[in-house]
Design a protein around this ligand. Structure first.
Ligand SMILES: *Cc1c(COP(=O)(O)O)cnc(C)c1O
Length: 223
């Protein structure tokens, strides 16, 4: 078949098509999933290549690395949107609030207090996802499932803008039950946004209701 060159598949177009297909299967509106391109460890040139393809939403997992790469990129592409998806230390709250548009890793009171203070100081509200330790794994970040209702109450009392829940399910097991559990917890808490799904499981996540998928290696290649 002779295809015009502008229809050549790239990782980005392939993933967008897979997201669209999963939205359709789930009966969800087209475009209701935000694709966050996770650019951790990847150079500015790789990010710019995706910007050239029309991608505008990116995610990083370290404040310092994001500070090294994104101010310059944002100066050149003012419509970029940047998400913090990694564990965040309370002493980096000021930097995080200044740099990121969304934070996906709010998981403890000390961090909530630091972020609330930083947002007040900066006069800038950064919407947050509360990260849940959905597989109850000792080594993983995230609020314990049993503690979630009280934690949400406390962060809301601080005035933090909480918009949804985020989770990373246990590796090497079927993720669907964990995604479904997180979706249920979000419904019960009256939260609409769901940050689930990575390179290996984003189609499952979209079918279960992901509003944000966080995709690194499938877009940029292995790290
Ligand atoms: C690295 C990372 C991702 C992306 O993982 P891939 O498997 O490369 O798609 C998603 N979420 C978080 C929290 C990450 O740290």
């Amino acid at each position: 078949m002779n295809m015009p060159s502008h229809t050549t598949a790239t990782p980005l177009t392939t993933i967008r098509a897979a997201i669209a297909q999963s939205e359709k299967i789930a009966g969800r509106p087209a475009g209701s999933t935000t694709l966050i391109a996770i650019s951790k460890t990847k150079p500015v040139e790789a990010i710019e290549a995706l910007v050239g393809e029309g991608q505008r939403v990116f995610g990083e997992n370290r404040v310092q690395e994001a500070e090294a790469k994104f101010p310059d990129l944002r100066a050149r592409y003012p419509d970029l949107e940047l998400h913090m998806v990694g564990q965040l230390q309370s002493n980096k709250a000021d930097e995080a609030v200044a740099l990121f548009d969304f934070i996906h890793s709010l998981d403890r009171m000390s961090l909530a207090k630091a972020l609330a203070t930083a947002m007040d100081k900066a006069g800038r509200q950064v919407p947050c996802f509360v990260q849940v330790n959905i597989g109850e794994e000792e080594q993983k970040g995230g609020c314990a499932i049993a503690d979630l209702p009280q934690f949400l109450e406390q962060v809301r009392a601080l005035g933090l803008p909480v918009i949804g829940l985020m989770a990373v399910p246990p590796a090497d097991v079927e993720p669907a039950p964990y995604f479904a559990l997180l979706a249920k917890l979000a419904r019960e808490a009256g939260l609409e946004q769901l940050s689930i799904g990575m390179s290996g499981d984003f189609e499952t996540a979209v079918r279960i209701g992901a509003t944000h998928v966080r995709i690194g290696s499938a877009l940029f290649g292995a790290r």
